[in-house]
Design a protein around this ligand. Structure first.
Ligand code: OGA
Ligand code: NI
Length: 337
């Protein structure tokens, strides 16, 4: 895979090239198991902190996925970001194309992980932008006047998410019995991807909005822009639909956290199915370490044996992109046999 040399002012994360998806046929989702709901406010409340931390540990160990309610992000900020994302995707194609992805850059409007013209695409469009740290932003990809509040909405939402991330990391460290400082540099960059899944009458049972994958992040925070079902998570070899909850952020463990926790917390495989008559919109926020660093199991968790290699963050990112959308295969390369 070729990764173009970064030009000045562009962050390394935005220059990671994308890769090939593999088309999958939709499985039948059966189970209606409920996801764990974590209350951020409770994690801070001494009266509930212990109990809530135990919940969180269970959610990360057993599910790799949880809903976060009472996350503290002001309702107005959520409403604004939802409205502006919806408005952006409603724009005519030529207007959206003003923000089109440039070759070799994962930022901008287009499709994710397109590596060749002969591949079958997932049934979705996206707008990706690097949002944190602020100095890494490339404003060419940030819609400026349609809708005119877009930049502010994104900026407000992005900085609120950083606060939430900080709390999540603090508590994740607690559940792993390690110093949160050891994880502090692991979520410094934030990449937002706004996803649009059009309805598809004819082929809803044959195409996927997003093929099975685990996220190449430390963790991901997903907000559903509208309440249309589509996300499914793989648990005990079955696909479980996640019921939309407008009040929640969905949090999932990513590959970097799996490595750092020495496999105690597993990144979860998930996918998106297509609805026959309703469009679906989401925004995922990938919290990622800085590309220059390394990633390895954290000392203190690794009492017995290390199950993962020490790897450059960038090295892993390239591996991830080249294996992308093929379940969890990229992680296999990070495992020690
Ligand atoms: C992703 C993802 C799920 C969704 O962006 O990595 O899994 O429901 N999105 O949009
Ligand atoms: Ni994902």
């Amino acid at each position: 895979m070729e990764v173009p040399t970064p030009s000045s002012g562009e962050s390394g994360w935005s220059r990671m090239a994308s890769s090939l998806p593999v088309r999958n046929v939709q499985d039948l989702a059966a189970s209606g198991e409920e996801l764990t709901a974590e209350t951020l406010a409770r994690l801070f409340d001494p009266q509930f902190a212990e109990q809530e931390a135990a919940h969180l540990r269970f959610a990360c160990e057993d599910w790799g996925f949880f809903q976060l309610v009472n996350h503290g992000i002001p309702e107005e900020i959520i409403t604004n970001v939802r409205n502006d994302i919806r408005k952006f995707f409603q724009l005519p194609l030529e207007v959206k194309n003003a923000y089109a992805q440039l070759p070799g850059n994962i930022q901008g409007y287009g499709q994710s992980f397109v590596m060749s013209e002969s591949q079958t695409l997932d049934w979705s469009d996206m707008l990706g932008i690097l949002t944190q740290p602020p100095q890494a932003r490339d404003m060419r990809y940030w819609p400026s006047h349609q809708p005119h509040t877009f930049r502010k909405s994104i900026e407000d939402y992005s900085s609120e998410l950083m606060k939430v991330s900080h709390s999540i990391v603090t508590f994740i460290a607690k559940t792993l019995n390690i110093d949160p400082k050891l994880m502090e540099d692991k979520y410094v960059s934030q990449f937002l991807r706004m996803n649009y899944y059009p309805p598809c009458k004819a082929m809803a049972d044959k195409v996927l909005g997003f093929s099975p994958h685990s996220d190449g992040s430390f963790f991901t925070l997903l907000l559903e822009v509208n309440s249309v079902q589509g996300l499914q998570i793989k648990r005990h070899n079955a696909w479980i639909p996640v019921k939309p909850n407008p009040k929640a952020l969905l949090v999932n463990v990513g590959d970097y956290l799996e490595i750092m926790s020495n496999g105690k917390y597993k990144s979860i495989e998930h996918r998106v199915t297509i609805n026959t008559n309703q469009e679906r919109m989401t925004v995922s926020a990938f919290h990622v370490p800085s590309l220059g660093g390394v990633i390895s199991p954290v000392t203190g968790i690794t009492e017995e044996k290390m199950f993962y290699k020490t790897m450059g963050v960038e090295e892993y990112a390239k591996l991830y992109m080249s294996n992308k959308l093929d379940g969890k295969r990229a992680l296999d390369h990070a495992k020690l046999l």
